[in-house]
Design a protein around this ligand. Structure first.
Ligand code: DGJ
Length: 568
């Protein structure tokens, strides 16, 4: 009898909710938190670091998943980024197919990872290739953009009211379903569209767009861009001169996506972001002009229009760079440009195995997540340029540079995220030609050097691969980890005192500073190697003797140290 009434209760709950999903307890909503100028993604009400990987564009189909999960396991990710395809989700107007989403949720839970879902809606890399067929075949109702010569280009118009309404409806249905199907918050954050903007034209030159271009610029854009124009209500050319076309397009695309995001958030308020196909911050070229190298996609959240995007799309929590830059300075400049007082750094796509070390640079800028692209086993040879895949080599090989990062940080990602949110963490990666870095921590400097051998401070690794992370646990205690680097500590001196130093690091003497006429030498009180388990550091051995004679040396194995220092 008891059993029967319990069953009836479940049945009643199920009928009331309309599905079986409602029986799982709800976890707190993930959210992006900003405190004292620092950001964190809160998951289960605590800072969380997304150790991510994105699958190939066509790898979210259920039949592909057996080739996805083994790669994710090898990488030791805690979060997987996977597309949701509008064409699959809404095969006929208003008919939604939730099967793929449900499969992704189920399998992600079985593999103990979170998801970032990417809404491949109106835009994918500047085109409308993931729109449902019934839209693609009705270009009068769902128009392409038109270039200066009146030619349609391979990019959707951000002024197409019917496309906007269709995208809002589909995205809302998707979010409503997620709310119901995912009370455990497997999905952390949603990417709205993918690399929106256009390659074929700097903006839409359709009559509807032209009318808006000649109308007054919305006041929020003027104030975001600090425009002081001669007239009180300037139009786009008056306000922005030669940049007017590009800025107008950025506003139009951002406004459209902001409305899609807001509609979805009204159904289910998960954090949302948009990703950018970047421009080179040093040599930007021209927007929306294919051909010359260095030119870039127009209208997306490139570094020059971030304030316009913030003003036009407040429903987006984060604007995020897809960082595929090839040289160190450019890669790092991009990270800096997206780490702003009004924007958390999140790297939703990156590539190139030599860039794996820059995960540490992103950590040094309090990134909430990092996610190399195309890391599954569906597609081993297609992205040679990105991952330098050679089909004759073991399939794990192209994953290894990324896997090393996550093996090291994975067991302590919560601690890393918390320490970063509290402003206690610094991290760096080796850059070509820079052999040492000093990280200031109050009364101690952490001195990181690359390529150091016994009795010398190093001249850099043969190929830059070094990475280091130092976090202050107490005044004189630090968490220290990294690869291919040496870390040591030196008492801090003033600039003047620093200049008078005879010995600072890496010679026969320990790092020292001449402070107020008296030498202060570093001594290691205790160097514990250990592992984090359930938030607590568990020492496994004490380092001394050879292990600390020259500083703390990190090679290619994952090693985490808790270091207490003092002076003598
Ligand atoms: C950036 C895009 O956002 C991804 O979807 C993918 O196309 C990659 N480029 C690499 O091809």
């Amino acid at each position: 009898m008891k059993m029967r009434s319990a069953l009836l209760v479940v049945l009643a709950a199920t009928l009331a909710a309309g599905t079986l999903y409602a029986q799982v307890a709800e976890s707190p909503l993930p959210r992006v938190v900003n405190k004292d100028g620092r950001f964190a993604l809160f998951v289960d009400d605590a800072p969380y670091l997304m150790l991510g990987a994105q699958v190939h564009n066509s790898s979210s189909w259920p039949a592909m998943l057996p080739k996805v999960w083994p790669a994710m396991e090898y990488l030791n990710v805690n979060t997987v980024e996977m597309p949701i395809y509008w064409e699959q989700f809404e095969p006929r107007p208003g008919q939604y197919d939730y099967t793929t989403i449900d499969t992704l949720l189920t399998e992600a839970r079985q593999h103990h990872v979170h998801l970032v879902l990417l809404w491949f809606g109106t835009w994918k890399n500047g085109s409308q290739h993931y729109m449902p067929e019934w839209m693609k075949l009705d270009t009068a109702r769902y128009p392409h953009m038109v270039d200066r010569n009146g030619e349609a280009v391979d990019s959707p118009s951000p002024h197409a009211a019917a496309s906007l309404e269709a995208d809002k409806s589909a995205f809302t249905a998707f979010m409503r379903h997620l709310k119901e199907a995912d009370p455990q918050r497997t999905v952390l954050i949603i990417q709205v569209e993918n690399e929106a903007g256009s390659w074929g034209s700097v903006r839409d030159f359709s009559p509807a767009a032209q009318k808006l271009f000649e109308a007054p610029v919305p006041p929020e854009v003027l104030s975001a861009m600090h425009v002081k124009a001669a007239s009180p209500s300037p139009n786009w050319p008056e306000a922005f001169g030669p940049n007017a076309d590009e800025y107008f397009h950025a506003f139009s695309v951002a406004k459209y996506i902001g409305q899609v995001a807001a509609a979805g958030k009204a159904a289910y308020p998960l954090p949302m972001y948009a990703n950018a196909a970047l421009r080179d911050p040093f040599n930007p070229g021209r927007a929306g002009q294919p051909g010359a190298s260095g030119n870039y996609e127009s209208g997306g959240p490139t570094d020059n229009v971030l304030p316009i995007w913030k003003a036009a799309a407040p429903a987006l929590d984060v604007l995020a760079p897809d960082d595929y830059q090839n040289d160190d300075a450019t890669y790092l400049k991009v990270l800096e440009l997206y780490h702003r007082d009004d924007n958390a750094l999140f790297v939703p796509e990156t590539g190139g195995p030599d860039n794996a070390r820059f995960f540490f640079s992103a950590l040094g800028l309090q990134t909430i997540g990092f996610s190399p692209f195309g890391l599954d086993y569906t597609h081993r040879t297609a992205d040679r340029s990105l991952n330098q895949v050679d089909a004759s080599r073991p399939q794990e090989e192209f994953l290894t540079p990324w896997a090393m990062n996550y093996r090291l940080v994975g067991p302590m990602q919560r601690e890393i995220a918390r320490l970063n949110f509290e402003g206690k963490l610094q991290a760096v990666a080796e850059e070509q030609g820079k052999v040492a870095r000093t990280l200031p921590f109050g009364s101690w400097d952490a001195v990181v050097s690359f390529g150091a051998a016994r009795n010398n401070r190093g001249a850099g690794n043969p190929k830059p691969a070094g990475r280091a992370l130092v976090a202050q646990l107490k005044d004189n205690q630090f968490l220290v980890t990294g690869y291919f680097c040496r870390v040591d500590f030196r008492p801090t001196a003033t600039e003047q005192q620093r200049k008078s130093q005879l010995i600072v690091e890496g010679t026969q003497q320990n790092p020292s500073a001449l402070i107020d006429g008296k030498w202060q030498h570093r001594q290691f009180l205790l160097v514990e190697e250990g592992i984090y388990e359930n938030g607590a550091f568990k020492p496994i051995r004490i380092w001394n003797g050879d292990e600390t004679d020259w500083g703390l040396d990190f090679g290619g194995d994952p090693v985490v140290l808790r270091v207490s220092v003092a002076t003598y």
